[in-house]
Design a protein around this ligand. Structure first.
Ligand SMILES: [Zn+2]
Length: 525
């Protein structure tokens, strides 16, 4: 229950309203402008202070005020995110900015100029004390320049708001490593769901911009439920446009998935995790973060979409393992300015999706037929709906291009099936001792959240950790576009593949070898 938040307190933010009314010669009062100020508890030498005013929801835009101190010429460019972790997509949030302004400490206007889509130049950084702008929500944008999935965007409505922080807050260049302290003015009855820690003054504190960008907030007319599993506190926050869904309804789906994950991972890898659910007009999917995920689902009862909710929760939660625990330098020091592709989406998305299915099967939450149906479906989609001359490495390296964006989604089909084949191959080569799960757990031990691998060397590391034959596997099926050996590989565990229907079915009389490998494949050992 530790994340249960008490709200209804409107924090006084120190926006001093000073009306100096002295009669002049004509007897009219002189009205000095209000000078906004940051709270005394915040040291601007250590932190960038943000105020987002959700009491003013006019124009479908967020009203943002940033307080800074001691900027130099090196900090003169104010940057909005061109992309964000986990999206593998161009987002260009600068296109949503209205009315960007800068002020000195007397709240007198300073010059600014727009340099590029996501960059504004502060003409007098040394004198800049306050930056103000409005930034439109992405959900209601008509004809957006770049399509933004709802789970990676923003919404501001009468009774709730979704804030993906990277879509609302930019940063002065050179200050990405500073602390970011956020105050949010909002209606007194609005609840806030986020994994971002709250300080005693009611402000949310991020250790740096990456931490801020990793921490979405869902606010408004929400319901909350909590689950504790061993040392892990799981917090669920839900907005439902018709109130048909509550966090209490989703709690049981999440609980099942968490026990599946625990069995697969031996223990849950974080001490807290927050699920943010928005149930509205469409089901868009979800986006992962280190301690939370944003799920955008259709507002039909949970009981009618239970399988979908559990699959998505399993997939997003497994992202804690990769890319969050196992990733290259490209993810570690994320480039918000120039989208930089990693070549390992086969791992970050393909292996993650495979694990989301296997972990539930192995813990008996789904049956063998259901799992094989899904694998068959993924094979069908890979064979018929995407460009087969695109390797998984191509999907990764071209994800930010227009052409690559069209092939991107195959990472959830081809990527997951390649992971399933890799798992079978590893089990075969290790004589049933070590499948993909065991290698992933070894990689977590080896790297963890603080140590990245080198993007261009990881295939060699993976081969060195496993078997020389895996070099061929990577060359053919991850870097290359050789036809995937569905029949040959699934047959090793006694599963028959029918290329006419893409169906996978258990053989009726498995050999002893098939039986042995199947037994190893079906359980977490
Ligand atoms: Zn994913």
């Amino acid at each position: 229950m530790k994340n249960l938040r008490f709200v209804g307190i409107i924090y006084f933010l120190g926006f001093s309203v000073i009306f100096s009314c002295a009669p002049d010669d004509g007897g009219d009062p002189i009205v000095e402008p209000d000078i906004p100020s940051s709270p005394a508890s915040v040291s601007l030498s250590e932190a960038v202070f943000y105020n987002v005013n959700l009491n003013d929801r006019t124009g479908d835009s967020f009203k943002v005020r940033v307080f800074v101190e001691g900027l130099t010429d090196a900090n003169a460019i104010f940057q909005f995110a061109a992309t964000a972790p986990g999206t593998y997509d161009r987002l260009n949030f600068g296109t949503y900015v209205n009315d960007f302004r800068a002020y000195n400490e007397d709240y007198e206007s300073l010059g600014v100029s727009k340099l590029s889509t996501n960059q504004w130049q502060l003409e007098e950084p040394n004198n800049t004390a306050i930056i103000e702008y409005e930034i439109r929500e992405t959900w209601d944008e008509i004809n957006p320049v770049d399509f933004i999935y709802r789970m990676g965007g923003t919404s501001i409505e009468e009774d709730h708001s979704l804030i993906n922080t990277f879509a609302v807050m930019g940063y002065p260049t050179g200050l990405k490593e500073k602390k970011y302290i956020i105050s949010i003015d909002r209606p007194a009855d609005w609840l806030i769901g986020t994994a971002l820690p709250e300080n005693d003054n009611g402000y949310y504190v991020a250790q740096d911009y990456d931490h801020l960008a990793d921490s979405p907030l869902l606010l408004g007319d929400l319901t909350n439920a909590t689950i504790s599993i061993d040392q892990t506190d799981i917090d669920i926050w839900t907005y439902s446009v018709t109130d048909v869904n509550t966090s209490a309804d989703i709690k049981y789906q999440i609980e099942e998935v968490m026990y599946d994950a625990k069995a697969f991972l031996e223990e849950l890898p974080v001490d807290n995790y927050t699920f943010l659910y928005h149930f509205g007009e469409e089901s868009a999917g979800a986006l992962e973060h280190s301690y939370s995920s944003v799920h955008v689902m259709e507002d039909i009862p949970v009981s009618q979409q239970s399988a979908w909710i559990k699959y998505v929760a399993a997939h997003e939660f497994f992202h804690i393992i990769t890319p969050l625990n196992i990733h290259s330098e490209i993810i570690e020091d994320f480039n918000f300015v120039n989208p930089t592709p990693s070549r390992h989406l086969w791992l970050y998305e393909g292996v993650t999706d495979w694990a989301a299915w296997l972990m539930r099967y192995r813990n008996s939450s789904i049956g063998l037929n259901y799992l094989l149906e899904e694998f068959g479906f993924k094979i069908n989609v890979n064979e018929n709906y995407f460009d087969k001359s695109y390797s998984l490495t191509d999907i990764s390296l071209k994800s930010y291009t227009e052409e690559g964006a069209e092939q991107y989604s195959n990472v959830y089909y081809r990527g997951a099936i390649v992971a399933a084949l890799l798992d079978i191959r590893l089990l075969e080569l290790s004589n049933g001792e070590r499948g993909l799960r065991e290698v992933m757990l070894e990689l977590v031990e080896r790297y963890g959240p603080e140590n990245e691998f080198q993007d261009d060397q990881f295939f060699d590391v993976f081969v060195a950790m496993t078997y020389p034959e895996i070099a061929d596997f990577i060359e053919n099926y991850i870097q290359g576009t050789t036809d995937l050996p569905y029949q040959e590989y699934f047959n090793k565990i006694g599963i028959q593949y029918d290329p006419a229907t893409y169906a996978l079915t258990p053989v009726s009389d498995p050999t002893a070898e098939q039986q042995f490998l199947f037994e190893r494949w079906r359980s977490n050992f």
